[in-house]
Design a protein around this ligand. Structure first.
Ligand code: HCA
Ligand code: CU
Length: 375
């Protein structure tokens, strides 16, 4: 594994995240989010594509006025007018894209490969002449002929681009294919390579991490995995994997993940599912009797990552799967002095109500009292 020394995170919640069907952030929400993302420690914040609407233009202006540690990047097409917008607003970095796959060349632009190369080179030179730091994205890179992709990468590097990004625009890569593609591009270029994955087959996080394994420097994420269709790799998954599985020492405040998740859930009005890794309600819940018994002794038995490191709490579910250890633990935490047969009585009662899937403390207390056990 060849992880480079300083892995960077680019958060695209404000740009690609707002492309999620049903989502529109107000400017105030974007400003609030940008500040929290910056406090979390992302390296780049994608502010938006000014040409989308007057409101996005205004948002990019407001965001660019913020005093942030992270690098601010505006998004746009590889066109003079989009570059002019970014220059006029004064954003330091611009990420622009051009579709390089046969489908993009034919249907989006109706250009030949050499016309495409011309347009890309002109745009990069124009952006550099106007003082921008530039990331060029080969949109639909994963469906682009590899020789042409290398040609595009070398051309933008020569024209002065600072970064080259590979977009798996329709999420059709696998981890193995991602490694092959990224490895090939990293070997051909001197500028840092970025990776932008989509989750259409549920592989966005795995693909993004695979890209980092073979030398990509920066990975695009969005809080709660927002983005077109099935979205981008969720920030929480990528960052906690980097820290816990790859032992990367990033400057990220993992304890802020629940806060970021809640903020984006409330602004996007899109709930994450209960079984979502890291941020879902069930991520640190234990249910089966054997699991709870082991977790009470040592949480590591059934946890790969500690909830405390993420500012979250572990929960022990009480239902028909529950065993003695969970009930004893409950008695103790509720302050009841109990005997062995009390545990049996409570367990029997719970198991006689299989339809009830989560007993609350109040319900348990009232039952415990009803069988005559006192505090
Ligand atoms: C888009 C497509 C894009 C671009 C990525 C990038 C993709 O919404 O414009 O410019 O870095 O997935 O290819 O998000
Ligand atoms: Cu995208």
């Amino acid at each position: 594994m060849d992880l480079i020394a300083k892995i960077e995170i680019l958060d695209s919640t404000l740009r690609e995240g707002e492309q999620t069907p049903g989502v529109s952030f107000s400017i105030n929400e974007k400003v609030a989010l940008a500040k929290r993302l910056d406090a979390f420690g992302v390296d780049f914040i994608e502010l938006g594509h000014p040409a989308v609407s007057p409101d996005v233009y205004e948002a990019v202006e407001a965001l660019n006025d913020l005093d942030l540690n992270g690098k601010k990047m505006a998004h746009g097409r590889a066109s003079k007018s989009d570059i002019n917008d970014v220059v006029a607003i004064g954003v330091g970095w611009m990420g622009f894209f051009f579709g390089t796959s046969p489908l993009s060349l034919k249907h989006k632009f109706n250009v030949t490969k050499s016309e495409a190369l011309n347009r890309i080179e002109t745009a990069v030179k124009y952006g550099k002449d106007n003082g921008l730091k530039l990331r060029f994205t080969a949109e639909d890179a994963s469906r682009t002929d590899i020789d042409f992709l290398i040609q595009v990468g070398q051309l933008v590097q020569l024209a002065g681009a600072d970064r080259f990004s590979l977009a798996d625009t329709v999420g059709c890569l696998t981890p193995a294919k991602t490694k092959e593609l990224v490895n090939c591009i990293v070997c051909e270029l001197d500028i840092p390579v970025h990776i932008h994955c989509h989750n259409d087959f549920g592989m966005a996080t795995a693909n993004a991490l695979s890209a980092l394994e073979v030398g990509a420097q920066c990975v695009d994420v969005a809080v709660n995995g927002l983005g077109e269709r099935c979205g981008l790799p969720p920030l929480a998954e990528v960052v906690t994997s980097l820290v816990n599985l790859y032992k990367v020492n990033g400057d990220w405040d993992l304890g802020m993940i629940p806060e970021l998740t809640e903020l984006v859930t409330s602004f996007s009005k899109l709930e994450s599912t209960d079984n979502q890794p890291i941020v879902g309600k069930n991520a640190f819940s234990h249910k089966a009797g054997l699991h709870v018994k082991a977790v009470v002794k040592d949480p590591k038995s059934y946890e790969a990552i500690s909830p405390e490191s993420l500012n979250r709490k572990r929960t022990l579910v009480i239902d028909k799967y529950t065993g003695r250890a969970a009930i004893e633990n409950k008695f103790k935490s509720l302050g009841f002095a109990y005997k062995k047969h009390d545990v049996t009585a409570v367990l029997n009662m719970i198991k006689s109500r299989p339809e009830k899937v989560d007993w609350t403390n109040e319900e348990l207390i009232s039952h415990i009292k009803s069988i005559g056990i006192q505090v």
